[in-house]
Write a protein that binds this ligand. Structure first.
Ligand SMILES: Cc1ncc(COP(=O)(O)O)c(C=O)c1O
Length: 374
């Protein structure tokens, strides 16, 4: 028998996400819930003519245009097959057997996944009970063996951010640690550290077309970093990881920034609406800078998620995570979709553990998280 590497043998079996989501209200993956700009679909249709599909993709022109869009030079940008691939590229280029990754807990699991595949170990830094996470806490997780740190900003599933002064401190005080700031949800938070890539030599920023742009199915992400980090990553990269449709879609999408900005504004207004609903129902929720809200509905969280599913409303059950017992995560979409979610939730209010009357925890989750304002 041909045995895989030890690091691969140690991996837990992959649990694929649920399929069969078509036609349902998809509030479970933090995607754009209304679709991309219609011009993107038209541009893709036009492209499908001729011999276009039989040719390998060409990247240079696209890289220039995307670099211009992000305000960096083409040398500072790498194309990736989604952020997931960008994370893998970091691991392929930098992670050695036994290296450590520092991540908040809970966070997007793909950092730890690819790091483990590369044979690395992970130091998880827990949020405090009010979902605060500071530079001191993250720097406290760094040791001599730390190779990189991944910070989703805003973080998934909490929706919280690490403040810019805290990020600055981390970049300065851990100069030998590669710090990946994953800005998948930047359109909803409005906060970026992208202009810092020349100043901090250890900073890597990632962006994706999967969220506000509505192109998750095409798979395109970008890595933005200084040339000293970009060059080795380019050398180690899969030469044709990004397909032609993804490039064509993204190049059209960036021409319709207003469409994306309008969608993000609508989502942010609905996020506030959903939080107001939770507050009125006495359900603690974490103030979010993203297009989703994490709420503590109580011990019957999984049952509530299944009942919503019966109504074709898909939400993400995080209650399996020991730190998030009783929590569901709700992606926020259009106004009509948010109304439908609130109507659905209202039917199961009797299943939720309401804190009406004001438990100290229900209040402090909100008050303390608000202090994270940068
Ligand atoms: C923080 C974060 N980064 C990245 C991604 C995935 O991005 P992509 O579709 O570009 O791989 C997600 C998806 O949920 C996410 O939550």
């Amino acid at each position: 028998m041909v045995r895989p590497r030890r690091a691969v043998e140690r991996l837990k079996p992959y649990r694929p996400p649920r399929e069969g989501r078509e036609g349902k209200l998809r509030l479970d993956f933090n995607e754009n819930t209304v679709g991309c700009a219609p011009q993107v679909v038209q541009a893709l249709r036009r492209k499908l003519n001729g011999d276009w599909l039989s040719r390998y993709p060409e990247y240079e022109e696209a890289r220039k245009k995307l670099a211009q869009y992000f305000g960096v030079s083409p040398d500072e940008l790498l194309l990736a097959n989604g952020t997931d691939d960008a994370i893998k590229m970091v691991c392929d280029t930098f992670v050695r057997q036994g290296d450590y990754l520092v991540v908040p807990a809970p966070t997007f699991p793909v950092y730890e996944f690819f790091h483990s595949v590369a044979g690395g170990q992970t130091k998880r830094v827990r949020y405090d009970e009010n979902f605060n996470l500071t530079a001191d806490m993250l720097l406290g997780g760094v040791s001599k063996r730390t190779r990189w740190m991944a910070i989703a900003n805003p973080n998934n599933p909490t929706g919280t951010i690490v403040s810019q002064p805290d990020l600055r401190r981390i970049l300065k005080e851990a100069p030998d640690v590669l710090v990946l700031v994953d800005e998948a949800y930047v359109d909803f938070s409005g906060q970026t550290v992208l202009p810092w890539i020349r100043k901090y030599r250890n900073l890597v920023v990632t962006r994706t077309f999967s969220k506000a742009f509505g192109l998750a199915g095409l798979r395109l992400g970008c890595i933005l970093t200084n040339v000293d980090i970009a060059d080795p990553m380019r050398r180690a990269q899969n030469p044709f990881a990004v397909n032609s449709l993804a490039l064509a879609g993204a190049l059209e999408a960036i021409k319709h920034e207003k469409f994306v900005a309008r969608y993000a504004r609508e989502v942010c207004a609905n996020r506030d609406r959903l939080c107001r609903y939770f507050k009125s129902a006495g359900i603690p929720c974490v103030p979010s800078y993203s297009n989703f809200v994490l709420a503590r509905v109580g011990a019957r969280a999984s049952e509530i998620a299944l009942k919503l599913r019966d109504q074709d409303i898909l939400v993400r059950d995080w209650s399996y995570d020991p730190r998030l017992k009783g929590y569901l995560r709700f992606t926020v979409g259009s106004t009509a979709q948010t109304r439908r979610l609130i109507q659905g939730l209202s039917q199961f209010r009797h299943l939720m553990e309401s804190r009406n009357g004001g438990s100290p925890r229900a209040r402090t989750v909100k008050e303390n998280s608000q202090r994270q304002e940068p």
